[in-house]
Design a protein around this ligand. Sequence first.
Ligand SMILES: CC(C)(COP(=O)(O)OP(=O)(O)OC[C@H]1O[C@@H](n2cnc3c(N)ncnc32)[C@H](O)[C@@H]1OP(=O)(O)O)[C@@H](O)C(=O)NCCC(=O)NCCS
Length: 197
Amino acid sequence: MKELDDSAAKMENNPTPENVDKEFHLRLLEERDTEELFSLLTANYDYLKKWLPFPNNAFQLSDAKAYINDGRKQYLTYAGVPFGIFLQSKLVGFISYRKADWANRIIGLGYWIDSSRQGRGLATKACRILTDFAFDGLRMNRVEIACATENIKSRAVAERLGFCREGIIREAEYVNGRYVDHVVYGILAREWADSAR
Ligand SMILES: CC(C)(COP(=O)(O)OP(=O)(O)OC[C@H]1O[C@@H](n2cnc3c(N)ncnc32)[C@H](O)[C@@H]1OP(=O)(O)O)[C@@H](O)C(=O)NCCC(=O)NCCS
C-alpha cells in the first residue's frame, strides 16, 4: 500500500512534467470544475454518445459533480483518475487511467476531447503524458487503449503513439442501444522506452 500512497502523492504534487507548459496542462478535476465540465459534456452530447455510454440525455449538473467526485474516490487505486485536459486554463477534454491491475502492472486509458478542438493533437499529447507517467511514475509494465473498432479517430491516437494492435474483443461494450466490438492496443514498458518519445 505504501507504493500506492507514494504514487498517489507523486501524482498529486507533480502530475506531469509537461505541466510547466502554460498553454496545455492536465490536472485532477475538482468540484469547482463541475459547471465547466457539465457545459462541455452537454455541448458535446451528440458527438460523444456515439462512442461513450455517457452522458445520457438526462445528464444534469449533479451528475457532473458525481462524475468528478466518483473519479476522485477511485484516484488512490488509479481505477479511474479524472484528469481535465486544459488549454490556456480552459477545460477542453478529459483523460483517465482505467482499470488499474496492480498485480500484473497493467493500466488502461480513456479520453475524449471537445469536438471543436479535434485535429490538434491534444488527445495524443494527453495520452503520451499519462503513458509516460504510467511507466515512469507508476512502474506499470503495460498500458492499454481499447476502443470501438469503428472509432477511427480513437484508434489513430493509439497508433500514432506506437501502440500495438493486439486483437478484437467482440461486443465488449454496450453504447447507447448497441453492442460495439473493441479493438485492443497495448504497449509495454520496454517498447515505450525503446521508442524514446
Ligand atoms: C478520440 C478523440 C479524442 C480523438 O480526437 P483527435 O482530435 O482526432 O485526436 P488528437 O487530439 O490526438 O488529434 C489528432 C489530429 O490532430 C492532428 N495533429 C495536429 N498536430 C498534431 C500533433 N502535434 N500531434 C499529433 N497530432 C496532431 C493529427 O494529424 C490528427 O489529425 P487527423 O485526424 O486529421 O489525422 C476524439 O475524436 C473524441 O473525443 N471522440 C469522442 C470520444 C471518444 O471516442 N473517445 C475515445 C473512446 S476510447
